[in-house]
Design a binder for this molecule. Structure first.
Ligand code: B1M
Length: 207
């Protein structure tokens, strides 16, 4: 039994085993930060690499993220304040008028797995809600998803409102119809093709 086995169980997409092993490691007295960083976050880093290399696909990535999340839920009550690897707060949501949330949920889980404090505001989220939640949670990043060409302009509204209000917030956008050219046109700080790319972009913003 070891943290390596937790890492392996996440890659085996075995949620029940991940939970069981995390419980056992906690009971053994293993440092919870080690379980988090080397077991869960480490495994999700590997999942991201394999996805980027084309060695695994969206369904596997979703199952790995769910396994990681289940392990994280076991770990959370044991994480002393400040002992987490939290990198910073991220607000994530699907923009106004858009009800697609599968990709957004995946990005949210991958970012949580990478150690970010993620506040998922759901779908059909308007500019006011994005900004109010970012202020309330003292977030550094707003991550937006759009799957419809008709809802992409809502991303521009958020970027514009941040600029107009002079807020110190980075914006990241993604979703099937979104392109790097669109991100540049609306002044978003990063375009993210997929969930691992979102993790990478956020890491650049929050060192
Ligand atoms: Co809809 N739908 N849909 N749909 N749907 C699409 C998007 C569509 C391309 C299908 C098609 O016609 N071929 C089309 C859009 C056409 C367009 O705008 N050009 C479409 C349409 C038209 C519609 C409706 C209008 C249909 C209707 O009612 N007439 C309607 C709109 C409802 C609304 O939103 N207001 C609608 C409804 C639905 C369902 C509710 C039935 C369902 C959504 C269920 C849900 O999400 N809970 C649905 C689905 C499932 C799809 C398809 C089939 C699959 C989307 C998906 O989940 N992909 C989709 C066709 C397709 O894309 N092939 C389609 C899997 C997911 C993992 O990928 O979301 O791309 P994706 O996320 C990726 C990346 O894009 C990126 O990372 C993810 C993981 O790597 N990413 C981000 C995503 N968000 C990110 C945010 C980031 C970073 C990266 O933040 C920084």
């Amino acid at each position: 039994m070891s943290v390596q086995e937790i890492f392996d169980a996440v890659l085996d997409l075995d949620e029940d085993v991940v939970v069981e092993l995390v419980k056992k490691e906690i009971a053994t007295g293993t440092d919870v930060s080690k379980i988090l960083n080397e077991g869960l976050i480490g495994a999700m880093d590997e999942v991201g690499k394999r996805f980027t290399a084309g060695d695994l696909f969206v369904p596997e990535m979703l199952m790995a993220a769910q396994s990681m999340k289940a392990g994280l839920d076991e770990l959370k009550p044991h994480l002393a304040q400040g002992a987490t690897a939290t990198r910073g707060a991220v607000i994530i949501g699907t923009v106004k008028g858009d009800l697609h949330d599968i990709g957004k949920n995946l990005v949210s889980m991958m970012m949580e797995g990478a150690g970010f404090e993620v506040f998922d505001v759901g779908m059909d989220v308007d500019t006011e809600k994005f900004l109010a939640t970012a202020k309330e949670k003292n977030a550094s990043i707003i991550a937006m998803s759009a799957l419809l060409t008709t809802t992409m302009p809502a991303m521009e509204e958020v970027v514009k409102a941040i600029r107009e209000q002079g807020l110190n917030l980075k914006t990241m956008i993604g979703g099937a119809p979104v392109t790097p050219a669109f991100a540049q046109k609306i002044g978003a700080d990063a375009y993210c093709e997929d969930a691992p790319a979102a993790v990478e972009a956020a890491r650049k913003f929050i060192a």
